[in-house]
Design a binder for this molecule. Structure first.
Ligand code: SF4
Length: 346
């Protein structure tokens, strides 16, 4: 029997009038259909924290990109449906080469990953022979394959500190994270690529400081696993907001902190999709976005309709050249060996 489409699910069922079928009933019907199809396909559905609420709610696991990739490689399923952006699905494929990895829309890119291409990195390396390349996980598989060690924003300082102090480092693509690492380590032999995430532009220092002043009792949560928060990380380190109120937390630790913390108001300096998980986990806490417009258009390209089509038609499949995947996996595994303090995710 062919599976119904989301449009048909959104139409009233047999004997049902338009007013009988509420939005929540239609969403529940869609969610049931998604879970049934996932079971039939032997698929695990992973959703990044910045996905729309319906997708977060229907997913088997919600978290940051690296935590989701680890869950994917440990899962017994033969199919992974990655609701996030393309480099994240690629990372899942790199860590699970024998599984089929699907993304509901292969066009869901990332402005930060796009800001450093493999050709640009090749040329940068050629100009700096002997330098060690450290790349943030927000990079394509090809860039990872040209990288010595990947890093997350949680462990970027530890990764660079593991490189002998007299060895030059090329750090890319995120300029804020690179500047943060350079400041913390006090090293002047770190060259930083000038890339950035378009969402971070909505979270600037003046705005962060003003929000902190308006909410003197509020804590400030920064989730570091996506480029949109790296400017907040940099600004917090530069003293734009009182250090004792800033908490750099993984998603899992954010939820724990929100439940246990004494603060009833929390300012969240990251993409607004994160608020859904936090409000669900700690409904008694007033979570406020530092910038309501900090929304990633690429993340929002993954819609409920596209997730349904992805499971129905087994598309879009993520393919990574095996040799590129092998070299990229080496860079990711060296990162994991150094540790990801504070970046565990859910
Ligand atoms: S929020 Fe920024 S870094 Fe994250 S996926 Fe979107 S564009 Fe990329």
């Amino acid at each position: 029997m062919t599976a119904p489409t989301l449009d048909s699910l959104r139409r009233p069922g047999a004997g049902e009038t338009v007013s009988d079928a509420t939005d929540s009933e239609r969403t529940a019907r869609w969610a049931r259909q998604i879970r049934e199809l996932a079971e039939k396909r032997d698929a695990v559905i992973l959703a990044h924290n910045y996905q729309v609420p319906e997708i977060q709610d229907v997913a088997h696991h919600v978290g940051d990109s690296l935590a989701l990739s680890r869950i994917a490689s440990a899962a017994s399923h033969s199919v992974i449906v990655f609701c996030g952006v393309h480099f994240m699905a690629e990372t899942a494929k790199i860590l699970s080469p024998d599984k089929t990895v699907l993304i509901p829309d292969a066009q869901a890119g990332c402005s930060l990953a796009d800001s450093l291409t493999a050709d640009e990195l090749r040329a940068w390396k050629a100009q700096n022979p002997g330098a060690v390349v450290v790349s943030y996980v927000n990079t394509t598989a090809e860039v990872k394959a040209l990288t010595d060690i990947c890093c997350t924003s949680s462990n970027a300082v530890d990764v660079v500190a593991s490189i002998p102090a007299d060895t030059p480092v090329l750090f890319g693509p995120d300029q804020f994270l690179g500047a943060h690492v350079r400041r913390i380590l006090g090293r002047d032999n770190i060259s930083v690529w000038g890339g950035e995430c378009h969402v971070h532009a909505g979270i600037n220092g003046a705005q962060l400081a003003a929000k902190a002043r308006e909410n003197p009792d509020a804590d400030l949560y920064i989730h570091p696993e996506c480029g949109c928060a790296t400017s907040a990380l940099y600004l917090a380190g530069a003293g734009a907001v009182p250090a004792d109120r800033v908490k750099i937390l993984s998603t899992g630790d954010m939820v724990t902190a929100a439940k246990r913390g004494s603060s009833r108001t929390v300012l969240v300096a990251t993409e607004i999709g994160m608020l859904h998980q936090l409000r669900r986990a700690a409904p008694g806490v007033d979570f406020r976005a530092v910038n309501e417009r900090a929304s990633c258009k690429y993340m929002k390209m993954i819609t409920p309709q596209k997730l349904l089509s992805s499971l129905e038609q087994m598309r879009d499949e993520v393919v990574v050249d095996p040799e590129v995947a092998r070299r990229a996996r080496g860079a990711v595994e060296r990162m994991i060996a150094i540790g990801t303090s504070g970046g565990g995710g859910e």
